[in-house]
Design a binder for this molecule. Structure first.
Ligand code: GDP
Ligand code: MN
Length: 380
């Protein structure tokens, strides 16, 4: 669950992290009223679920009401990487001496939390990681032991921030770690974390991703859930009760069982293709479910081929084959389909499919060959 910047700042503020005074609005007149209230100069900031807003013209300083009005009306409606700005945040502008980067996330391979801190902030951390990896100081934190002030201070010193910023940074990072753990976040990032000319350290931006599975412990997270960007494909699949996750590729994937569906996504990648989705139709795989699955995938304009990967367990091959044939009679499919059918009664199932095979419906014996064929067809 990704928060908008202002939601992230409100989340930070609950844990005592200093952020600028401001308010969110969808209206130009109201933006000017907020600017008058928080005091000039102000920053007008686009609230969208993507970074790089500054470069895209979504972050502007205003010295007076007239400028605030101009920026507010220019930023509302702006398209930032496909995200249309509907909400802006107006806050009192800060003086900046230096810009840093700070974050906590989970390092799955180390099975530990990972903190990253860099004196090179304000730019994308991926760029720093590529061009100057030594400029990022990392700390692994054992979730049981937690972050001690002593290790936090050593970490801050390793990052070589301005010594003036040390105490403020330690204070904020301790609070940021608490926000990350107690707030059930997957990611908390401050970029830039700033040192003001007056010596205070302050969060100027907020990127927070909360664990949606923890909503039951935080009823107030419902408000964040409500502003999540929606994937139309996922909405349609959810309505049909399908386990679907939208991805960016061109090979539509249908498999029975979550493990097989994940393997299918992997194997499509392995042979040089890119999956358009994860879709687990579960056991059973009758014509209704198959038709629903094909419909959702067919409605995705990015899909160029469809890979149906079925391994019959309790579900028998002939049932699946009949389900596929019946579903294809009900839904007009635009992309070629490649089927791999194996497991219980696979031979009977393949016999049923045989007379229906043509360019638009192909069959392969192995998962790997089926993946290769589907990927080839997606490139045509
Ligand atoms: P992002 O581009 O989406 O990451 O948006 P940020 O909130 O990080 O803002 C981008 C840049 O705008 C920052 O790195 C700052 O350089 C600048 N900026 C943002 N807020 C202020 C402010 O209050 N004062 C000043 N002087 N610059 C700001
Ligand atoms: Mn930023």
């Amino acid at each position: 669950m990704d928060l908008l910047e202002f939601q992230g700042k409100q989340f930070f503020a609950k844990f005592g992290i200093p952020v600028s005074d401001g308010e969110a609005t969808t209206d130009v007149d109201e933006a000017v009223a907020i600017a008058d209230k928080v005091g000039y100069p102000v920053v007008v900031k686009a609230q969208v679920h993507t970074g790089g807003r500054g470069k895209a013209g979504g972050v502007k300083l205003a010295a007076n009401a007239e400028e605030a009005r101009t920026h507010a009306s220019n930023i509302l409606g702006l398209d930032i990487k496909g995200h249309i700005v509907k909400t802006i945040w107006v806050e009192h502008a800060s003086d900046i001496a230096e810009e840093y980067y700070a974050s906590f996330t989970l390092d799955r391979s180390a099975k530990l939390h990972l903190g990253m801190l860099s004196a090179e902030g304000g730019v994308e951390i991926e760029t720093v990681a590529e061009e100057n990896p030594d400029a990022i100081a990392k700390i692994h934190v054992d979730p049981v032991a937690g972050l001690t002030e002593e290790s936090c201070r050593a970490w801050v010193e390793a990052a070589k921030l301005n010594p003036q910023a040390t105490d403020g940074a330690v204070d904020i990072l301790m609070k940021l770690y608490t926000a990350y753990v107690d707030g059930d976040a997957d990611l908390v990032e401050i970029n830039p974390l700033i040192l003001k000319p007056t010596g205070e350290v302050h969060a100027l931006d907020a990127k927070v991703s909360l664990d949606a599975n923890a909503i039951y412990e935080h009823p107030e997270y419902e408000q964040y859930d409500a502003t999540q960007p929606r994937d139309d494909r996922e909405e349609a699949a959810n309505e049909k009760g399908l386990q679907y996750v939208g991805l960016d590729g061109s090979v539509g994937v249908i498999a029975n069982g979550a493990g097989l569906a994940m393997s299918t996504v992997d194997v499509v990648n392995q042979v040089g293709g890119s999956p358009a989705n994860f879709l687990d139709i579960g056991g059973g795989a009758n014509a209704d479910v198959m038709a629903g699955a094909l419909e959702v995938i067919n409605n995705d304009p990015a899909v160029k081929s469809i890979f149906i990967n079925i391994f019959g367990g309790i579900t028998r091959g002939e049932e699946v084959a009949n389900g596929i044939i019946e579903a294809m009679g009900r839904v007009q499919i635009d992309s070629p389909i490649v089927i791999r059918l194996d497991g219980t009664n696979a031979v009977e199932g393949r016999e049923i499919l045989q007379p229906h095979l043509d360019e638009k419906l192909q069959m392969q014996e192995t998962m790997l060959d089926a993946a290769r064929t589907a990927v080839e067809l997606a490139k045509v």
